[in-house]
Design a protein around this ligand. Sequence first.
Ligand SMILES: [Zn+2]
Length: 483
Amino acid sequence: MSRMIAVSGARLAVFHGNFVDTPSLGQLRNRETVSVGVSLTGADKGNIVFIKEGSVDPVADCREFDESLAAEEVVVVDGSGEAAFFFPGFVDTHIHASQYPNAGIFGNSTLLNWLETYTFPLEAALEHAEVAREVYEAVVRRTLANGTTTAAYFATIDAESTKLLARICSSRNQRALVGKVCMDQNSPDYYRETTEACLQNCRRVLSFLDQELKDPKIQPILTPRFAPSCSRELLLKLGQLSQDEGHLHIQTHLCETNEEISWVKSLFPECETYTHVYERFNLLTRKTVLAHCVHLTDDEARLIKAAESGVSHCPTSNSSLTSGECKVRWLLDQGIKVGLGTDVSGGFTCNMLAVARQAHLVSRHLAMREQNQKLRDHWKLSVPEVLFLATLGGAQALDMDEKIGSFEVGKQFDAQLINLKSPGSNVDIFAWQRPTLHINHANNRVRLPPGTTNEDLIAKWFFNGDDRNVSGVWVAGNPCHST
Ligand SMILES: [Zn+2]
């Protein structure tokens, strides 16, 4: 097994090994001994250009694809191994990069006092460039080490440090949506902008990304923090800005706690529900991702579905801040797009695998509460379903699924190489659990348990794995710098 080393002059990278992904909700696709060719130059740079199953010789596969390729123009990444597989990079649909130092610090708080006590003071401190640099370098390094190849980041209200976050993502080769937080009311005096200053700073970040950074992996995302911290005028202007700029990505929070919902009702009495506030100001679009959605009404779910907006389910945050349990199955049954978010630091970890495990458990808590026996199992999310939410589901929620989330020709190659037998791995695999070894039971005096399927091994990784199993990360076919 080897990592790819960037080679100048290479036109194609070929990744060789087992490939696992979730092309649809509940489907776990396992393709063994595959060559995946990725273009490193030209208009399709970073794209998967061929997938060959049953591959014997990856270099021959490249020549078969393009016979003009010389040997030195091909980079081979050998990911083969009895317990190794490529998996799509995780898509974190909701993470506050600025709050990373507070991961795990939330005491006994709930949303609104958590913001006042822990969050606003930390975010305000990031107006100092040296503090921002330390925090943003750390969070990008840590998310990459955990296999997150795409993140929808909240920064802070400060434009300069938001630009710095974008620069760091770009230089470390992480795909990111980067948002300057917008708020002009209901926050402490030391951490608030006027409506005008907020809009001006938003435009500065947009033009920086478009004119200076010019990295297609880094896109802007408009970020009204949540309805209570935005005036009507600000919400209106942000809706207009999104449309004027050709439909920008939008991220915000929605229906996280009941206390917050009551507050929104008192602030926006003219709106039927919390969701209607965003709808009224043209902020509910197919490029909008809404974090939490724990306490939606039927009407609100219908609005979200009609707008084709996505939901970011943040189960570690919802459990930590005692916000509630998002009814993910109910959302999925209505055809609403759902991804997973770490919501650092309402959530205590930026490890998406840990968040996926929590999503699995939260669905079981909902099942335990179901009185109708027949419906109990329906609430439960399976391992393949949750892995879908962590990858392609997240890509859908961000309206990026044409580009990322699974291994298909024409998509960008964003991947992590998982090795269950990496040094220090927390996953122990026993001899009879290796499907490739074909243990001869007839010659064995010991009665062994039945053989283990690939799906079982994926489940062992899902429940016991961590960053020690991530032995390589690539975005657009290029290795990421996680150390
Ligand atoms: Zn959040």
